[in-house]
Design a protein around this ligand. Sequence first.
Ligand code: NAI
Ligand code: MG
Length: 353
Amino acid sequence: RTLRIGLIPGDGIGKEVIPAGRRVLEALPAYLKLKFEFVDLKAGFEAFEQTGAALPEKTVDILKAECDGALFGAVSSPTQAVKGYSSPIVALRKKLDLYANVRPVKSVMTAVKPIDMVIVRENTEDLYVKEEKTYSGPDGKVAEAIKRISERASFRIATMAGDIAVRRQRLREDGASSIHKSPLVTVTHKSNVLSQTDGLFRAASKSALSAARFNGVTVEEQIVDSMVYKLFRQPEDYDVIVAPNLYGDILSDGAAALVGSLGLVPSANVGEGFAIGEPCHGSAPDIMGKGIANPIATLRSVALMLEFLEEPAAAAKIYAAVDANLEAGVLVTPDLGGTATTEQVVEDILNKL
Ligand code: NAI
Ligand code: MG
């Protein structure tokens, strides 16, 4: 099988880590029978300054027409609003209907608190429909925002969470290292207060997860505030967490903090038959150009993209090579307390691959 992958490095260290992603794909063992073709694509602040568009139409057209998946580095957002500039990744998610944001958070196996969870965040609705208004009420200014939850989007995201739980279990049975023995999905909401919106999310999620193919998956629910509490106290308890957009955004950044460095945490933006791997970190202007950016968030994002392109064996190879590098703990970048360069870490992981 040949997969055509769009490469969108973006700004700052995006340009240093996306090439590492390409190299790891090219180094996959031949018996996997996977070939890759790459297309270089533009987006970000630099693209905006050069072309007037943060997300050039050509980038979207090529992704839609030619690509099976993509890797997105990071983009810089200007600190003051710049006319005509808006986040290209937000626009891409809309244009390609990438309705899920998936963020696995995993600690090194030697960590004090072992963590191995995935946060599955609905990506198209909730308060992020951005329907806001401000008006003058009898007591002064009032601002309002719409929180929109649909049965369809909730059902779809919970189904994806269930499928991820099943797939993770299969990977464990194939020998992937994990702290969990059986699959668990935790549905997060605040339906005790928001009985209609979050109530619908809860009901649709439970209905999706009652499908026969999820028989082996334990389904729990957790009110979002107590979810935060437990996430910090007992992160080892969680396997797959599914949440509406806003809670998912907050939970996933919080969970990333549990494993130390942003340089370790991957994500994927997923739709029907298309996935974009994206490290969680930004363009890191403080370290750009120094050759010390941690490439692991990107390499794990490559593996995550492969999972959603139905290539779990290739994904498992990359995860194992990354884990082996981290467990040895010698060739690691400064964000993890080491002295290695991006290049040295990539070389080590390619050797382990
Ligand atoms: P950041 O994630 O770029 O950096 C935060 C801190 O983490 C910095 O000290 C940085 O050096 C460190 N760091 C991040 N990634 C690292 C890696 N791979 N290896 C080693 N250290 C790493 O967030 P910050 O500084 O808030 O934002 C910088 C720029 O990035 C801004 O313009 C911001 O808007 C943008 N940004 C873009 C994102 C995206 O493209 N998805 C996400 C977050 C921020
Ligand atoms: Mg966020």
